[in-house]
Design a protein around this ligand. Structure first.
Ligand SMILES: [Zn+2]
Length: 223
């Protein structure tokens, strides 16, 4: 179920107190228009009716896609990693089989929706992205500050991303063979989630990819 609250937001430009509707919970099936706005990254757009000032007002929001079985909790201001995983699956058994993720920006929320709607495993996608970011850095000297999944085409054997190097506005598109994703699925499977992890809102990002890769390579060395 989608849930909303109303709060007065002080306009940073003219100081007007603007009653603002905020979505605490977004249900993709109940409000398909909010799903579209999340994908357009306009869900958190805010405008002052008095002076016209526009801004992005990002607040905590839980996105839920019941049909596809995933939830993404947007915890802004980099609070995603510090967000204490709670035993959601234990407390709410009906959510035990639902994929739960935590992200820290509207761009990451959009990325998770794209990945899960494409029926992909986000841990494997993060591993491919991590490898591509590494190539970008080593071969081209471009350190990617951010990188996002764009699309996947299994038949054309392609998986595509875009990277935003530090200090540059221009995005660098990068793609690789979909086979890289399949290989990454094996690595992700080797780092199986514990029950506690499955029951919590997990951050699955570059840091998680590095952890999975380290675990996999460590196990290879032991063999
Ligand atoms: Zn204003």
């Amino acid at each position: 179920m989608s849930t909303q609250i109303s709060r007065d937001v002080g306009c940073p430009k003219c100081g007007a107190a603007v009653p603002t509707r905020m979505w605490q919970g977004v249900c993709a099936q109940q409000n398909p228009e909010l799903r579209v706005r999340a994908l357009e990254e306009t869900l958190f757009d805010w405008q002052c009716p008095r002076c016209g000032y526009r801004a992005q007002l990002v607040y905590p929001c839980l996105y839920h896609d019941r049909e596809r079985g995933f939830m993404v909790y947007l915890a802004p201001n980099g609070s995603g990693r510090e967000f204490q995983p709670v035993d959601v699956g234990g407390k709410f058994p009906q959510l035990a089989g639902v994929k739960k993720r935590v992200v820290s920006s509207p761009a990451e929320l959009k990325e998770k929706i794209l990945i899960f709607e494409a029926g992909l495993d986000d841990r494997a996608v993060e591993l491919v992205k991590y490898a591509l970011a590494g190539v970008l850095d080593k071969k081209h000297g471009e350190k990617a500050a951010e990188g996002y999944f764009v699309s996947a085409d299994e038949r054309a054997n392609r998986i595509s991303f875009c990277f935003f190097p530090e200090g540059r506005a221009r995005a660098i598109p990068r793609s690789t063979r979909f086979d890289a994703y399949r290989k990454s699925l094996e690595i992700a499977a080797a780092a199986a989630e514990t029950e506690a992890e499955r029951n919590s809102f997990l951050p699955v990002d570059a840091l998680a990819a590095r952890g999975m890769l380290g675990e996999y390579l460590g196990a290879q060395e032991e063999k």
